[in-house]
Design a protein around this ligand. Sequence first.
Ligand SMILES: [Zn+2]
Length: 203
Amino acid sequence: MVILPSKKPAKHNDIAFTGQYLGVVEEYLPDEESTFVEEGQIFASKTGLISINDEKREIEIKTLQEENRKTVEVGDIVIGTVMFLRKFSIGINFNTINQKIQFNSSYMGNIHVSQISNQYIEKIKDAFQITDIIRAKVDKENANEYTLSTVGKNLGVIHADCSICGSTLKKVGLNKLKCPFCGSFEKRKIAADYDEVLVRLRF
Ligand SMILES: [Zn+2]
């Protein structure tokens, strides 16, 4: 006796296992990355959630990792490296979004001088320097440009290197850092957990 595989039609958001029948090519446009076609029948080439676009009649399998959002939204907490300083703003390249590590992220954020601290900041370089790693909140999004804020105790610089010798600066005051190697003092808008960040980052 031959047991025929189940030919149950695929349903949106159901779990599909590798090799599972999903439908026929007359019905759906199969995704090349996550499905394969044999004699007009579509099968899952990986395990994940079935995603059917009713309008375009497209079918694909999405893994849970892909379901994990990797885009930036207002209210997100991001960690990024300061790439440049301007007179009234800085540019940041995001390294993590909500504790998820981003590789080769092309997201860029800006912080205006008025959104750095509750206290008055006269010059950007009294708060940040290039190569600082900072934690910030996303305030606004406008055509892939993000406006960030570091106002608040937990936001600001979490790691900074001495601008003279490159050693990691140690916290010696509210917004004051000292280089243990060359003795130089520098100012920053630091987060409460400066250089003691304990969050576990996820891929
Ligand atoms: Zn130094």
